[in-house]
Design a protein around this ligand. Structure first.
Ligand code: ATP
Ligand code: MG
Length: 632
């Protein structure tokens, strides 16, 4: 048997079960997950048909799904516009003057947009794009810091059928350049600068450098935050305010076929060269709308705070589109969780009465390092539902997050990808939680754990995470690379292969164990990285950990761990021994690292994910491949 076909060992034991409080259950949109789930997958098309009807369409579909494996079309023949559903749908109602976006800058500035005002800004920007001659299908690259203009520009593109490509503003000139070139953008929207932990990040200079090699770019629009403004020298450069100055605040949303591309977004590059994922108006709108509503149990009066950057898919789906589709009030803040001090986010939660808070395991671990004193200083009693995304959350971090926020708020560990567009595996607030597990598939989603041939594996056997049926917000292709798209659906027969390894326990709860590419093969056992890392982090001295496999002459691969110690701990022979001992107790002999290096930082993507392939390349003296998304 090919080694790759062997199941993946799962070594960790399921911990405690956290039941929803009576209050949470009573409030939840979905009260009985089991019943609703069974109903939804008995006829997924009927389920999605019903959900789609909660939104507004300019003309109806003739078919919910057209599936020519592996190509999907959803809401066939319908016309719609996601920006209409994010804005006009609310402005027509009492929500006209409801707060849509509260933005807080790193320097303490505050800007508030009602739905009415956001629509006016978006319309003016859409008219300005039209004045430049942009039409349906053209591409615009948005390279902005986390300021409201980012949201305005995205929705303005959507309004007229222009495809946006948001590039995270932390990227270097070469990374930006290759993304502009790949998209062949006609316009780049940027700013003079962003702020990061008090440091001024000059963005305009990065754009100058990138654009000098991008022949397709006709116009560079610059938001100037500072006075006096950075000089605009080239004839193609225009100031954002001047650009919008003469534009009318009315602009009809263009009726678009449901399959019209909405955006291109490059993946995080954790496992390799980033892929330009393409999402479309109709299905993406339905998927992000309903997941935001059900997963976070969103209600009219909630204040929703997602700390992501719109430069990542989480920002696209769960700062901009999903919440606005629901008419929510969104808080968004520039800057890092520990600047000017580690109370930053807790302070914002108190100040704005945040009720839904969505963050990442990396950020939770960072805040953990600063201790519980920080959250304790603030009134967090408005919180109702919490979330995490991006990596498996180790039970240690889960428990901390749960405890410091009051001990009774449900944590939605949401599993999904840039490619999936929407959350696919997640608890709902009414579902019993198991810390460390993303729990169950969302309604209408069939997820499974299989071997390479596509056979379902028995409970607790590790294997590949797959999705068995198409879903509305799935990517439609990889930009200019349809072959690469097909790989997702052709790797394991008849399903979408996510590239993650996972196990399903007796109750059908899914436990993500890391990336398939990172699986370590020790003495005939295949081990996911997440369990070993989680075991290391559960030792009181360890703040963060990453493990890789190293070729070993007798056991195939040996485990090498890199750990960052918590403040107050020092590396010593005894400590390393204690760490090995700890893993031995937690997981057993085969998971014990052969080597442990104490380090002060780990290579991460700019979205905060550990790049194990870079550690491995370093360790083995190999070429690390594409590192355009690495954090410096
Ligand atoms: P690339 O595909 O370029 O290597 P990436 O996979 O990091 O980058 P994203 O689409 O941002 O790009 O991340 C999706 C991945 O993040 C998932 O495949 C999974 O590995 C991980 N992930 C996201 N949420 C969770 C979660 N709740 N639990 C476990 N893993 C998660
Ligand atoms: Mg990926």
């Amino acid at each position: 048997m090919d080694k790759r076909d062997e199941p993946i060992e799962s070594l960790s034991q399921t911990g405690r079960i956290v039941h929803p409080t009576a209050e949470t259950k009573a409030a939840a949109h979905i009260k009985d997950y089991e019943v609703e789930y069974r109903r939804s997958i008995a006829d997924p098309e009927a389920f999605w048909d019903k959900i789609a009807k909660e939104l507004e369409w300019f003309s109806p579909w003739t078919k919910v799904l057209e599936w020519n494996y592996p190509w999907a079309k959803w809401f066939v023949g319908a016309t719609c516009n996601i920006s209409y559903n994010c804005l006009d749908r609310h402005v027509k109602t009492w929500r006209r003057n409801k707060v849509a976006v509260i933005w807080v800058g790193e320097q303490g500035e505050e800007r508030v947009f009602t739905y009415g005002e956001l629509l006016r800004q978006v319309n003016r920007c859409a008219n300005a794009l039209k004045a430049l001659g942009l039409k349906k299908g053209d591409r615009v690259t948005i390279y902005l810091p986390k300021i409201p203009e980012q949201i305005v520009a995205m929705l303005a593109c959507a309004r007229i059928g222009v495809i946006h490509s948001v590039v995270y503003s932390g990227f270097s000139a070469p990374a930006l350049e290759s993304r502009i070139q790949d998209a062949e953008s006609r316009v780049v929207i940027t700013a003079d600068c962003g702020y990061d932990r008090g440091k001024r990040i000059a963005l305009k200079t990065v754009v100058d450098q990138a654009v000098s090699n991008c022949g397709t770019v006709e116009t560079v629009v610059v938001v100037r935050r500072e006075k006096p403004g950075v000089p605009l020298t080239a004839s193609k450069e225009v100031d954002w305010d001047d650009w919008l100055a003469g534009e009318r605040a009315q602009c009809e949303a263009e009726p678009l076929d449901a399959e019209t591309p909405l955006y291109i977004l490059y993946t995080s590059g954790t496992t390799g060269k980033p892929k330009g994922v393409v999402h479309v108006h109709g299905g993406y709108m339905v998927g992000t709308y309903i997941t935001t509503k059900y997963v976070f149990d969103l209600k009219e009066e909630d204040v929703y705070f997602c700390v992501a950057d719109p430069g990542w898919v989480t920002g696209h789906s769960y700062i901009v589109y999903g919440p606005l589709l629901n008419g929510a009030t969104i808080l968004t803040a520039e800057g890092k969780p520990d600047y000017p001090n580690p109370g930053r986010w807790w302070h914002l939660i108190e100040r704005y009465g945040v009720s839904i808070f969505y963050t990442t395991p990396t950020a939770v671990r960072l805040l953990m390092k600063y201790g519980e004193e920080w959250p304790k200083k603030y009134d967090l009693s408005t919180l109702r539902v919490l979330g995490t995304v991006g990596e498996p959350i180790n039970p240690e971090a889960w428990e901390w997050y749960h405890r410091v926020t009051g001990g009774d708020k449900p944590i939605m560990d949401t599993w999904w990808q840039t490619e999936t567009g929407m959350i696919l595996v997640t608890p709902l607030p009414s579902v019993p939680l198991k810390p460390g597990s993303a729990t169950r598939p969302f309604l209408g989603i069939e997820a499974d754990v299989v071997d390479r041939a596509g056979n379902s594996l028995p409970a607790n056997a590790g294997g590949f995470a797959v999705i068995k049926k198409p879903w509305p917000a799935m990517m439609r292709t990889i930009y200019k690379d349809p072959d690469r798209y097909q790989v997702y659906w052709n790797t394991i027969p008849n399903c979408y292969t996510a590239g993650d390894v996972c196990r399903k326990d007796e109750q059908g709860y899914l436990w993500f164990m890391g990336r398939a590419d990172d699986v370590i093969k020790v003495a005939g056992n295949r081990i996911g990285t997440a369990e070993v890392e989680s075991a290391l982090v559960s030792h009181q001295a360890v703040a963060e950990a990453a493990v890789i496999g190293k070729p070993h002459k007798t056991v195939g691969e040996s485990i090498k761990a890199f750990v960052i110690l918590k403040q107050g701990y020092q590396s010593s022979h005894e400590l390393l021994h204690a760490l090995k001992d700890h893993v031995l107790k937690e997981l057993g002999k085969i998971a014990v690292p052969h080597e442990i290096d104490v380090v002060t930082s780990l290579p991460k993507t700019r979205s905060g994910k550990i790049m194990r392939r870079v550690l491995k390349a370093q360790e083995l003296g190999q070429d690390p491949g594409d590192i355009s998304t690495i954090e410096e």
